[in-house]
Ligand binder design. Structure first.
Ligand code: ATP
Length: 240
C-alpha cells in the first residue's frame, strides 16, 4: 500500500442553512479500498459531493495527492484523478459508447480509445451493445456501465455512491467481484454503502451517523464494537 491519496478533515457542510455534516473525516491511502458505512440519511452522499466539489465545504480541508483541493472546481478534481459514480450513474438517452467517452472526456483521444477497448474486455455485455442506448440496459448492466464510465478516465481514485442501490443480491455480488478485480490492479476505491457485503472489499471502514464520523478502523475492529455490530449487522454478530 502506498502513501496517502485522499484526506478530508473536519468537514462541515449542508443545504442552505441546514447543516448536515459535522467534523466529518475520511482518508484513503494509495491502493486502498475504503468503505463509508452509514444508514439512510446519515450524510454519505453529502460527504461524497463535498469531496468532489459538487457542494462547498463550509469548513474543513480536503487534500488529494498532496494538494489542497478544498476550494477547487469539480472538473479540476476529476482531472487530478478522482472519478465519481453517483447512484444514477449513466445517461439513459446516450449510447453505451457515448457514455464511456463522456467518462473519459478529459483524456487524450488515443489513450481513451485504448482504455475503452480494454474496458469492453472486462464488460463483454457492454461490448456487444456499443450502439445501444444505456436506457435499454437492465438495472445490473446499467450499474456495470456506470462503473466502466467512471473508469474510462483512468482515475487514481474511484468514488462510488451506493453501488448496491436497486440491485438484486446476485448483481450486488457481481458488482463486488468486478470492483475486486480493479482493486487487485491497484485502483483506490472509496465506496459509500449501507450494504455490509461491501466490507468484504474493505481495507478500512469509516462509519457516519447523523453527519458525524463515528468510527474509523478495520472491519475486525468494527465487528468487535457491540454498538456498531448491532447497528450494521443487526443481531448477526451475536450468533457467532
Ligand atoms: P441515502 O442513503 O438516503 O442517500 P445518505 O447517507 O447519502 O443517505 P444524505 O443524502 O447525504 O444521506 O443526506 C443527509 C441529510 O441531508 C439527510 O438528513 C437529508 O434529509 C438531508 N438532505 C439531503 N439532500 C438534501 C437537500 N437537497 N436539501 C436539504 N436537505 C437534504
Amino acid at each position: 500500500m502506498g502513501g496517502e491519496l485522499l484526506r478530508a478533515e473536519a468537514i462541515e457542510s449542508g443545504y442552505g442553512r441546514v447543516q448536515v455534516l459535522w467534523q466529518a473525516e475520511l482518508a484513503v491511502a494509495e491502493g486502498q479500498t475504503v468503505v463509508l458505512l452509514g444508514a439512510n440519511g446519515a450524510g454519505k452522499t453529502t460527504l461524497l459531493k463535498v469531496l468532489l466539489g459538487l457542494m462547498p465545504a463550509w469548513r474543513g480541508t480536503i487534500r488529494f495527492a498532496g494538494a489542497d483541493i478544498t476550494a477547487e472546481r469539480t472538473d479540476r478534481r476529476v482531472r487530478r484523478g478522482i472519478a465519481y459514480m453517483s447512484e444514477t450513474a449513466v445517461f439513459a438517452g446516450l449510447s453505451i459508447a457515448e457514455n464511456l467517452r463522456i467518462g473519459g472526456q478529459f483524456c487524450e483521444p488515443a489513450a481513451l480509445a485504448r482504455r475503452i477497448e480494454a474496458l469492453y474486455g472486462v464488460f463483454p455485455d457492454l461490448a456487444g451493445r456499443r450502439r445501444s442506448l444505456a436506457g435499454s440496459l437492465s438495472g445490473g448492466q446499467r450499474k456495470m456501465l456506470g462503473i466502466a464510465k467512471a473508469l474510462a478516465g483512468s482515475p487514481r481514485l474511484l468514488v462510488m455512491d451506493e453501488p448496491s442501490a436497486g440491485l438484486s443480491p446476485l448483481f450486488v455480488s457481481e458488482v463486488i467481484a468486478v470492483l475486486g478485480r480493479f482493486r487487485a490492479e491497484g485502483l483506490s476505491l472509496l465506496v459509500a454503502e449501507q450494504n455490509v457485503q461491501f466490507l468484504d472489499l474493505a481495507d478500512h471502514v469509516f462509519t457516519i451517523e447523523g453527519g458525524r464520523t463515528r468510527f474509523s478502523g478495520t472491519v475486525a475492529a468494527l465487528s468487535a464494537d457491540d454498538h456498531l455490530r448491532r447497528a450494521y449487522f443487526g443481531l448477526a454478530g451475536e450468533e457467532d
